[in-house]
Ligand binder design. Sequence first.
Ligand code: NAP
Length: 331
Amino acid sequence: MSLRFSLTGLSIESDQEKKEYDIIIVGGGPAGLTAALYSARYSMEAIVITELIGGYMSEAPLVDDYPGLPEIPGNELVKKFVNHVKKYGVPIIVDKVTDIISKNKKWIVKTLTGKEYIGKAVIIAIGSKKRKLGVPGEDRLIGKGVSYCTTCDGPLFKDKVVAVIGGGNSAVTGALYLAEIASKVYLIHRREEFRAFKVYVDKAEKHPKITILRNYIVTEILGKEKVEGIKIRNTKTGEEKILDVDGVFIEIGLVPPTDFFRKIGVEIDEKGYAKTKPDQSTNLPGIYVAGDAAGGPCKYRFEQIITAAAEGAKAADAAFKYIVSSFSTED
Ligand code: NAP
């Protein structure tokens, strides 16, 4: 029996020692780590398997909307989440889940490193992937000036000129972060109105190092060995120009992991997110999806750390109830 109802006895087990769990959590962002915390507090044996501990929360330059923790860097908030999960002894394994298949009412979770874990329930909290611009030069110059993460690569551009593409919270907070490092930041958005919170846009507009270019799209990223410039076009006038920049930060939103859901048989909505019910359950018994990758008609789309965490908590509660009602203590 692996289902235990006391908080004692939970220990940190390495993945080599144990392969069978009550709840396997795929993804270690705010949704996944919260699901781990709640699962452990229900005395479920849980494990987190994640490619990136903290998910995109770890890349946020500054988080100022998580209640009780004002103005905290994303990586600091990740540490707090992880320490809280570790307090309950839940192992966090860095690996990529490649498949999830059913066997005798349970789920086998397969990873890129060839490991297999068995769980009674699986909570998928893998978020979304960064969207690409799809312009010439982008793929060729990734890592040579083209980046999708301001906090990871920003420090490489001290006193250099950079461009940030996008009009959402990631682009505007990214531009504000880069303005503290670079000598000049172009913030290039394809429309007049920003999608980002007004509080961030107001700050960017006032920042002496940030130049906002509205109604411009990037048509090409230029450079031989590294980024040397970008070609942009005004969407209203058609005017084209080249900006000399050393770095391009692409922050144009996220795309859901639709192919993965298709592969494992989770029903998706019209936008490619997993169709989830209010308790984060899916069409597959014992499979839950929480956070940015969850969708469906019940979903109120508002991608925040707090909303992802809330869905992780709901998924763990629902998975716990599912296990109690579907498995005997001998299973
Ligand atoms: P987002 O909110 O979806 O914004 C993406 C932006 O990129 C939009 O302004 C969009 O333009 C633009 N865009 C999309 N495709 C483009 C293309 N091909 N070429 C040029 N521009 C393109 O994405 P995000 O900023 O990455 O944020 C993702 C989620 O995380 C959002 O829900 C966001 O609120 C949340 N987030 C929150 C915080 C926070 O501080 N609370 C920080 C970061 C992220 P249009 O506006 O014209 O569509």
